[in-house]
Design a protein around this ligand. Structure first.
Ligand SMILES: NC(=O)c1ccc[n+]([C@@H]2O[C@H](COP(=O)([O-])OP(=O)(O)OC[C@H]3O[C@@H](n4cnc5c(N)ncnc54)[C@H](O)[C@@H]3O)[C@@H](O)[C@H]2O)c1
Length: 313
């Protein structure tokens, strides 16, 4: 099968492309390299003709000819302005990429007769400050995201519903918790695991924002990639949480990483940035029934694998 992965040079998209290639799919990856990296494509390029990479913006007119040439059966849409903080500074850019870019991708998918669009939604932001933890997918019906990023990621879900009802385009939206693992950019602002780990490995002191008691649901990259693969033939028309259901505080994460690395320094402290949630964890009951998916990586094991990767970079 030919599949197209937008955001294919990014953290999640490149890991997904590798898995799809290993399963004998032909992969067309599109990415404008704004946060993605050519270095992430090394493994995929080893598959020769089964893999094609295009340096292109998902908002570009050139996207349609590319879809027409390759006629993907399934489109994984992961390209995004993927940070909360940049979205606070520049809501226009966020909406341009995350809404107009998404609409362009879905329109192209429809025009070439693709069977399905699988979308990377954000379980950590679309529910706003959740009333109940772990948050269920139904919470999206009455939620108010705190950041432009959460707003654009949530609005995209309504567009996917529209395209399914009126244009017959099937979709599954995977609402991802805090994904961590190899290839997450330690220089970005999103990946606290790689930021903490790389700072500790370099002998520096990571900064904990706020009191560090804020919680997140950390899910390992391999588990997330597996959820996207399960969605190829399952979860039609559904929003599906992909997380662990477990809350880990930033302080707890710091201690786990310090133990794994053997780091005995003290953290720095800084003010909690705006748009940050107090608590976050996702209910994953729907993922089990709709995608036959559950996370299998324990946090300690996933962190150890991430640290081993960072040591080798
Ligand atoms: N990492 C997480 O914890 C997490 C959580 C929830 C949702 N998500 C979503 O998963 C997807 C992948 O995130 P990631 O963590 O791999 O981030 P990432 O920044 O590594 O990947 C996003 C990719 O999209 C590309 N991109 C950005 N704008 C583009 C444009 N206009 N045209 C083409 N490509 C463009 C970037 O270059 C990058 O390679 C995003 O949609 C993100 O919102 C991630």
């Amino acid at each position: 099968m030919t599949v197209l992965v937008t955001g294919g040079a990014g953290f999640i998209g490149s890991n997904l492309a590798d898995r799809l290639l290993a399963e004998d799919h032909r992969v067309v990856a599109v990415d404008d390299l704004s946060t993605g990296r050519i270095a992430n494509l090394g493994e995929a390029r080893g598959y020769g003709k089964a893999y094609t990479f295009f340096n292109m913006d998902v908002r570009a007119d050139g996207l349609l000819p590319l879809f027409e040439r390759h006629k993907p059966e399934v489109v994984f849409h992961l390209a995004a302005q993927a940070g909360v903080r940049p979205s606070l500074d520049d809501p226009l850019h966020d909406a341009s990429v995350n809404l107009m870019g998404t609409l362009n991708v879905v329109e192209c998918a429809i025009k070439v007769g693709a069977r399905k669009v699988i979308y990377a939604a954000s379980g950590g932001t679309i529910y706003g400050e959740p009333r109940r933890i772990p948050a269920k997918e139904t919470a999206a019906q009455s939620s108010h995201p705190l950041s432009p990023y959460g707003i654009s990621k949530k609005a995209a879900l309504d567009y996917l519903g529209f395209y399914q009802r009126y244009r017959g385009m099937d979709y599954t939206a995977c609402a991802l918790a805090n994904v961590y693992g190899p290839r997450q950019d330690p220089h970005g602002e999103a990946g606290v695991v790689s930021i903490f780990a790389s700072t500790m490995l370099a002998g520096g002191s990571p900064t904990i924002f706020g009191d560090g008691n804020q919680t997140r649901d950390y899910v390992f990259i391999d588990d997330v990639v597996h959820a996207f693969v399960q969605a190829i033939d399952r979860g039609s028309g559904k929003l599906v949480n992909i997380g662990t259901g477990l809350e880990t505080s930033v302080n707890g994460l710091y201690r786990l990483l310090a133990d794994i690395i053997g780091f005995d320094g003290e953290p720095e402290h800084g003010p909690l940035p705006p748009g940050e949630l107090r608590r976050s964890a996702l209910d994953i009951t729907v993922a089990s029934s709709a995608l036959a998916w559950k996370p299998w990586t324990h946090l300690e094991d996933g962190l150890a694998e991430t640290v081993a990767y960072l040591k080798g970079v």
